[in-house]
Design a protein around this ligand. Structure first.
Ligand SMILES: NC(=O)c1ccc[n+]([C@@H]2O[C@H](COP(=O)([O-])OP(=O)(O)OC[C@H]3O[C@@H](n4cnc5c(N)ncnc54)[C@H](OP(=O)(O)O)[C@@H]3O)[C@@H](O)[C@H]2O)c1
Length: 256
């Protein structure tokens, strides 16, 4: 299978949560394959560094400030994206946070922080992107970053698990509604990959013990998300719609 099956050259792509971790990786992946990439998050200095890096490598990218929890901010970011490169055709809907706490220690502020970012934010970005694709009759696809914690549960992650399970249902709902508009909506469900969201945990004794106990006995490398992401984001996955693709080295299977 030639790599061109994952072709995204000439496409307009938008990556939320691109200031670090998985989102920054997906922005690099898309730009390296010839897409024009809008990178969005709140920490614009980091975004600009990423744009500089992509441009130095011969790619096309542009940074926009966006807070996914705020509707006007999402709309403004897509206005800027469209002015710069045209209607967005590929969305990596990736911004996310966690706030690990026992259920009884989870107050409303913590719950809203996680759900507003991980669920409302994903919804606002998907709705904004979908509305522009539909209005302009532009075929496109949206890849929502969910998690294996949207399928299984872990201790002290009730808000995060709830948000990610809801992202999977939102993904399927939008896929069903927008399929006839030539828009695919899929979810990517990573296992553990070391980024700012979990670095401290993965470096702790508890984290190391958890990883040692998984079927693959290791965490994933960001490069191992590249092909699964491109399958969903490119025409290679032209008949994949409403899927929740798990990339976790069998972590979520468990052993009963
Ligand atoms: N790493 C893993 O093992 C793993 C596993 C499964 C799923 N995930 C999911 O993967 C996605 C990316 O996480 P990551 O691992 O790459 O973590 P990360 O390095 O902490 O990145 C999170 C990104 O989300 C952005 N973000 C957070 N709140 C935002 C807001 N209100 N508005 C706009 N952007 C916001 C952050 O940018 P700013 O702070 O600059 O705004 C940052 O770019 C998340 O949805 C996470 O739940 C990660």
């Amino acid at each position: 299978m030639s790599e061109s099956i994952f072709d995204v050259s000439g496409k307009v792509a938008f990556v939320s949560g691109a200031s670090s971790g998985i989102g920054a990786h997906f922005a690099r992946v898309l730009a390296a394959r010839g897409a024009s990439v809008i990178v969005a998050a709140r920490r614009t200095e980091r975004l600009q560094n990423l744009v500089d890096e992509i441009e130095a490598g011969g790619g096309r990218a542009s940074a926009v400030s966006m807070d996914v929890t705020t509707e006007p901010s999402v709309k403004a970011a897509f206005d800027q994206a469209q002015d710069k490169y045209g209607v967005v055709e590929i969305v990596s809907n990736n911004a996310g946070v966690a706030d690990s706490k026992p259920a009884l220690a989870t107050d409303q502020e913590s719950w809203d922080f996680v759900l507003d970012t991980n669920l409302k934010g994903i919804w606002l970005v998907a709705r904004e992107a979908g509305s522009r694709m539909i209005k302009s009759r532009t075929p496109g696809n949206i890849v929502n970053t969910a998690s294996i914690l949207g399928i299984r549960v872990a201790l002290f992650q009730s808000s995060y698990c709830t948000s990610k399970a809801a992202v999977i249902q939102l993904t399927k709902s939008l896929a069903l509604e927008w399929s006839r508009k030539n828009i695919r909506v899929n979810a990517l469900c990573p296992g553990y990959f070391k980024t700012e969201i979990n670095a401290a945990f993965l470096e702790s004794e508890k984290g190391k013990a958890l990883v040692a106990n998984t079927p693959s006995q290791r965490i994933g490398e960001l490069d191992e998300l590249t092909a699964p992401f491109l399958l969903l984001a490119s025409n290679a996955g032209s008949f994949v719609n409403g899927a929740a693709l798990v990339v976790d080295g069998a972590h979520s299977l468990g052993n009963i």
